[in-house]
Design a protein around this ligand. Structure first.
Ligand SMILES: Nc1ncnc2c1ncn2[C@@H]1O[C@H](COP(=O)(O)OP(=O)(O)OP(=O)(O)O)[C@@H](O)[C@H]1O
Length: 548
């Protein structure tokens, strides 16, 4: 029978953290193998108990890497022992390759202090509670960034586009995400979208009091739907404060790659990026995110969290749809194809430059403030507008109700804060704007997050909430080789340091583009939008995003 020492007799290795729990337990698979387990405020230390000092290797798990701890009884009714499992996702070296990525480590112990199974379960629960509480206290930290936390337990609506990326979003969910959410005790409802704009219509009508977070597992296009659905609600001001989350299941996964980058972690892709974002979701840290309000010629207003593109990048994004089966490589293939038929795009570009660093420092988002508190920056003046059961659903009642109510399926005009920096599209830009001299371009790309795709660090200086649009344009005259070199350098975010005379980067608050050709492609967050004159302005910290 296991013995529990009541007097902790050790301290954390650096002599600071005091042991809060100590116990000796057996392994689950082999009851002859015993471990000394000690819990401090910052870590869990596991040491095998052996007669030979050489066998007493010690493993220390930081609670910051822990998503949760669960208890359970043995499958065998005669087993009086109880069990607790702690789930860690520490950065570990990859097998057979360089670099590190978060990898799952489960630590499971059998508690058998007494012949009373109930007492053993209580003891296991005591450990699980302490580990869970400790892991919640040990949240990831980043210099200069302050977060709030999602409400716990966090009821998550998980929207999944089964066709995104290579069409594997559902298997990515069942293979990686579902287990993590269960380990973290996050109740979630999975909604599999049935068609384009399903998610948009659903979030436009859903009772948001039922949800603590809306998370998509897809590419950026599904989040674009969710953001715009929320902004089309009468209560947009409160609705857009719903914490949003992103789990990469698409081919570009730009926002997922950006939040991973902001966390200061080494670049990862594919499933490793999914695990990283899943970990952030389980930790539930929320920060603010800028949204950019975009106006098209027909007076349509959209809200964007990622990018606005015209020319080479927009064409590649849309044309590479046909290479979707190759996953993220679709952009590489698309880039090479478009390079072969490189063309010049004519138009007029104007912008309002950032004159000084944003006056508002990154702010603490906790606890959820009154709705209007999010619109306090210069850029965002309140308009006075009104403000886990792991269940699978192929459709949603509230969505059907929404469709029936609206009938025609057309999207209502998005509401939102006024765009005080923009003049009507038919009027000249305001006097303090800069009008770009050149009218011949190869591309125009406005970015408000760091990544254009998993492997394209287009705006290394971007942050989630800085009220800045990074405007890039490449002037006509650049050779194919030089443009290819720029994109290759972008993989490491080194394109700006390449001193390419054709590439211009300027930080702006607002911009206007007037293409001259009658036909073409403009994308917002990777989605094709109405082609023609278009303008946009940033609204600092309008939305909230689970990041870490
Ligand atoms: N069930 C569905 N059937 C068809 N289209 C859908 C469905 N759900 C969402 N969509 C739409 O599919 C488009 C692509 O979705 P999404 O961006 O999420 O994936 P992706 O294009 O593979 O990813 P990425 O944007 O990272 O390249 C979006 O326009 C989205 O609105």
């Amino acid at each position: 029978m296991d013995q529990r020492k009541t007097e902790p007799d050790s301290y954390h290795r650096n002599g600071i953290a005091q042991v809060v729990l100590y116990g000796e337990f057996t392994a689950t698979a082999n009851r002859k193998v015993r471990y000394a387990v000690s819990l401090t405020e910052i870590d869990l230390t596991v040491q095998k108990i052996t007669s030979t000092p050489a066998g007493r290797s010690k493993v220390v798990f930081n609670l910051r890497d822990c998503v949760g701890c669960r208890t359970f009884k043995g499958e065998d009714n005669t087993d009086v022992g109880a069990y607790f499992s702690a789930y860690f996702y520490p950065f570990k070296r990859r097998w057979m390759s360089s670099g590190v990525a978060r990898q799952r480590v489960e630590q499971c112990f059998r508690v058998a202090l007494a012949q009373d199974s109930h007492a053993n379960l209580e003891e296991a629960q005591r450990w699980a509670r302490a580990i869970n509480e400790g892991s919640i206290r040990q949240l990831p930290q980043r210099d200069g960034v302050l977060y709030s936390e999602v409400r716990r337990p966090c009821r998550v609506m998980l929207l999944l586009n089964p066709h995104s990326g290579k069409g594997q979003a559902l298997s990515l969910f069942t293979g990686h995400v579902q287990r993590m959410l269960t380990e973290a005790g996050v109740p979630h409802t999975l909604v599999i979208t049935e068609r384009q704009n399903h998610a948009r219509e659903l979030v436009r009508e859903v009772d948001l009091s039922q949800w603590d977070a809306m998370v998509i597992i897809s590419g950026d296009g599904l989040l674009f739907e969710v953001v715009n659905g929320l902004m089309e609600r009468e209560d947009w001001e409160a609705a857009i404060q719903t914490p949003l989350g992103i789990l990469p299941g698409g081919s570009g996964n730009a926002l997922a790659a950006s939040i991973h980058h902001y966390s200061g972690s080494q670049p990862v892709s594919c499933e490793e990026l999914l695990v990283s974002c899943g970990f952030m979701l389980c930790k539930g840290l929320v920060s603010r995110m800028d949204l950019v309000s975009v106006h098209t010629a027909s007076n349509q207003r959209l809200f964007s969290f990622l990018s606005l593109a015209w020319g080479f990048v927009a064409d590649v994004d849309i044309e590479s749809e046909k290479y979707r089966h190759v996953g993220a490589a679709r952009f590489t293939v698309g880039t090479l194809v478009r390079l072969a038929s490189l063309r010049v795009y004519q138009g007029r570009l104007a912008y309002l430059p950032v004159e000084e660093p944003p006056s508002r420092p990154p702010a603490q988002v906790s606890p959820p403030p009154p709705a209007s508190a999010f619109c306090s920056s210069l850029l965002c003046r309140p308009s006075g507008a009104s403000p886990g059961q792991n269940t699978f659903h192929n459709s949603c009642n509230s969505n059907n109700a929404a469709k029936a109510k609206r009938g025609d399926g057309t999207a209502p005009a998005p509401r939102g804060p006024p765009d005080s920096l923009l003049a009507p599209l038919e009027q000249p830009v305001p006097g303090d704007w800069t009008v770009v001299e050149e009218e011949d371009f190869v591309l125009m790309l406005a970015m408000y997050q760091s990544h254009l795709a998993e492997d394209l660090l287009a705006a290394p200086g971007a942050a989630l909430e800085d009220g800045v649009i990074h405007l890039f344009y490449v002037k006509a005259g650049i050779s194919r080789t030089a443009l290819l070199r720029l994109f290759l350098a972008m993989e490491k975010g080194a394109h700006l340091a390449s001193s390419c005379p054709y590439l211009v980067h300027v930080k702006v608050r607002a911009l206007r583009l007037e293409p001259f050709s009658p036909k073409g492609v403009i994308t917002v967050d990777g989605e094709s939008v109405e082609y023609g004159p278009i303008q946009a302005q940033v609204h600092g910290g309008l939305a909230r995003l689970i990041s870490g």
